[in-house]
Structures are given as C-alpha cells and as structure tokens.
Design a protein around this ligand. Sequence first.
Ligand SMILES: C[S@@+](CC[C@H](N)C(=O)[O-])C[C@H]1O[C@@H](n2cnc3c(N)ncnc32)[C@H](O)[C@@H]1O
Length: 263
Amino acid sequence: MFRSAIRDLKKLLLEYVSGLRETRRYEQFMFSQFFTSKKEFLTYKNEAMGSGLISDMDRKLRIFDDLEGRTYRSGDYRDGIIPTHDSVFLYAIIRKLKPNTVIETGVCNGYSSAVLLLALSMNKRGRLYSIDFPEHADVEYEEGTFWNGKGGDVIPEGKECGWLVPDNLKDRWELILGRSQDKLPGLLDTLDSVDVFMHDSEHSYECMWFEYNCAWEKLIKGGFLASHDISYNSSFHDFARRKDKRPFFISGNFAFLVRYLRD
Ligand SMILES: C[S@@+](CC[C@H](N)C(=O)[O-])C[C@H]1O[C@@H](n2cnc3c(N)ncnc32)[C@H](O)[C@@H]1O
C-alpha cells in the first residue's frame, strides 16, 4: 500500500516535470515567432496575471467543486475552460496584434471570453463576437440536442452563459446564442473582415471544418485562426494542409494559423 502510494507520487512528479518541459519548449518557439523578446511576452503575461481577473475567475469556478451530476450523454459536469497557460498566450497575442474584430465560438461559463475582452479593453480598441449553444446543468434536454461527443461542459444552475465576464468588460462584447452552424455565416455577413477567429465550440470534425472554412474567407491578411481542442480529430491539421499552412502550437491542444499577404 505504502509502496504503491510512493510509486503513484513518483509518476505524478515525473508527469509534472515533463509537462513543464513541454510548456517551456512551446514557449521558446512562440516567443521567437511573435514577440520581439521574452520580456515583451512576460510584460503581457504579468499584466494578465496581475489584473486579478484570472484569480477572480478561478475563485468563482470553485462552484464546480460542489456541482455533481452528469449530462444525458453521461459526461460528468465540468467547467470546460481553456487552461490558464493557453489563455495567457491568447491574451499576450491579442495585446500584441491589437485586432479590431475578434470572433470566438464556445463561451460556456465565459473564461476565454473574459480574457479576450480584458486584452481588448487594455488595447482600447476592438470588439468580440462570441457564439455559444450553451448546456445548462439544471435543464433537461432531449436526446440529440447536442453533438454526442460533447463532454460535460455546463453552466451551473442560476448562472447565465458567459457569467464569468465582469460587467466592466461587456461594452466591447456581443454574445450570440445558438449553434455556430446556424449563427456564424450570418454574423460573418454583417462584418467587413475578421482579424482573429477562435474555435472552442462543438469539436466534431464537421463543425470544426465548417467553422474554419467560413472564418478563413473573412480573415484579414495578417490575421489568425486559432483553435482549441485540435486533438479531438484531424480537422485542424487537414485544414492547415489544405491551406498549405504551418500551424503554430501554443500547447498540445491549442494552435493557430496565420493568414499571410500571399494567401
Ligand atoms: C469547451 S466549452 C467553451 C469554453 C470556453 N471557451 C472557456 O474557455 O470558458 C464549449 C461550449 O460550446 C458550446 N457548444 C456546443 N456545441 C455548439 C455548437 N454547435 N455551436 C456553438 N456552441 C456550441 C457548449 O455548449 C459549450 O458551452
């Protein structure tokens, strides 16, 4: 019993150290691609971490510690947020690029939306359009309402989609409720161009492929398409190949493609 506990602890430690190594490798690569120096990236990172937003959201998300239950597809309830490491990179890149128009699909409790909105607010420019087809923990849904592969990402009882976004960041935000398959084309029709697009909604091959293709057509030269959960299926890699693009990996599950002038 004691020996097996030591073995488990050792395994955990090894996983932690190799995770740190991987993160450092990605970070070094990304710094050289997008930031003039590591110091520049760290300035943005410290700004995000020092803002209090992330720690405040982490504290609010403790509501999930007591939220037990499963979706009709048997997914254990969870908050579904993008990891802090990925959100800090996203923040830094938005601060660096200073985009005018950002679209994200997949809001749920609003972690990534809040981080994007904080960066736009610090830039003093830009709007965020978010699309989400939310699943609420206290609602009974008919079989087939959501994609069968969807995990247990839910919004707790009594909370609204995007409830983590503080009121003082909402003036640059438009939240559109509905399936991205239905809402994204209409939204894109109303916009002249898009600087940044991020997928984090339904991770089916069909939905991801659909979103990438729609968004890419409106993406400005120099803009970028980011995708979370790229390991769910091969759609992101297939799309990158189709467009002859080399992905930039922020982590093993988060990457983006930059649209260059010649594209
Ligand atoms: C992984 S969560 C998003 C998490 C969010 N990016 C964050 O960091 O907090 C995915 C969200 O997409 C929603 N969703 C599922 N299918 C969708 C669809 N077809 N269109 C739009 N949103 C969808 C889910 O209900 C959920 O709210």
